[in-house]
Design a protein around this ligand. Structure first.
Ligand code: HEM
Length: 303
């Protein structure tokens, strides 16, 4: 204790998932791919970001399984939510990142609560007396089972939908501001039954994507859900009503698996707070806490 929250979060993850040198404290198992993003005309009306100019923007992306366990079977329930991190390489040489996962909303509202959740997990080994610390945490935080109820194992990283969860603020050329949450939607969602997922080969998701890309590119639709004035932008555990307008921001085309993905992923750092003019943080403090924790994890995996 007495350490910054960001350090405590990574320490708790290390306790729950074990310490695996060179690997991420969370989303340890992943695969790196490349492609490009092309914005829709509507996007430029919402944000003046260079990302939305309509020019083709090269991207590096990493799909991942949850947890800090690098050899977790992809079909394990614990591998949910699956994640995707996208680094957009802008014309001026800078990058902006979007780091999202398949939960429709976060299990808890704040970084402090997430630390409590991880601590409860660390204190609930298989032989712990019932109800375990984690069971107690879950029964006092109904958003935990609700959030995990929104995920299932996909048959492919390409057939999953990913959600931004934390809100950001778009600023357009006129200076108008709009709070948004990202969505990255596939052409079709395919989820497996739990019993089917458990039977899949341990690396079926990591192996499937490069195979699929040999047949042709995979596309996703980047969208923004627009907040209404009364929607909270600082509680990632509260989804906004489904009736809110959703605007297509553009199409992400993934066309290439990176051959030496295990090497490349080590030096990649995706930061949810790495933004560019026209995209700003909202009042959600979780994005800064995430940024700090990702940096701690990065420095430990690249000592
Ligand atoms: C306080 C809340 C959170 C904490 C403390 C946290 C912590 C972490 C850490 C330490 C890593 C490893 C980073 C690295 O070594 O590069 C990570 C990765 C990741 N997190 Fe989070 N996270 C949080 C919330 C979220 C949320 C809300 C999302 C989705 C919207 C998310 C999605 C991801 C993804 C996709 C990765 C993998 C990034 C990559 O491929 O490099 N996390 N997280």
């Amino acid at each position: 204790q007495g350490q910054p929250l960001e350090e405590q979060l990574v320490n708790s993850m290390n306790k729950v998932f074990g310490v695996h040198p060179g690997m991420r404290a969370n989303h340890a198992k992943g695969i790196v791919v490349e492609g490009s993003f092309k914005a829709s005309p509507e996007a430029a009306g919402l944000s003046r970001a260079a990302l939305f100019s309509g020019a083709a923007i090269p991207v590096t992306a990493r799909f991942s399984d949850s947890t800090g366990v690098p050899n977790l079977p992809d079909g394990s329930d614990d591998a949910n939510p699956h994640g995707v991190a996208v680094k957009f390489h802008l014309p001026d040489g800078s990058d902006t990142d979007i780091v999202i996962n398949s939960l429709k909303f976060f299990p808890v509202s704040t970084g402090e609560e997430f630390r409590e959740l991880l601590t409860a997990l660390a204190e609930s080994p298989a032989n712990a007396a019932k109800p375990t610390k984690f069971e107690q945490f879950v029964s006092s935080h109904p958003s935990v089972p609700a959030a995990f109820g929104t995920v299932a194992t996909p048959d492919s990283f390409a057939d999953e939908e990913y959600y931004g969860i934390n809100a950001f603020t778009f600023v357009n050329k006129a200076g108008e501001r709009q709070a948004v949450r990202y969505q990255m939607l596939p052409e079709k969602v395919v989820h497996l039954e739990k019993s089917d997922a458990a039977k899949r080969a341990p690396d079926f998701l990591m192996n499937e994507l490069p195979e699929r890309l040999k047949q042709g590119p995979v596309t996703f639709h980047f969208k923004a859900q627009l907040a209404a004035a009364e929607d909270s932008t600082k509680d990632p555990a509260k989804p906004w009503p489904e009736s809110r307008k959703v605007v297509e921001l553009g199409v992400l085309t993934i066309d290439k698996a990176v051959p030496n993905s295990d090497e490349v992923q080590k030096s990649l750092l995706f930061l949810p707070g790495q933004l560019t003019d026209g995209i700003e943080q909202s009042d959600d403090p979780m994005v800064d806490i995430r940024g700090g924790a990702y940096a701690v994890s990065f420095s430990r995996r690249n000592p």
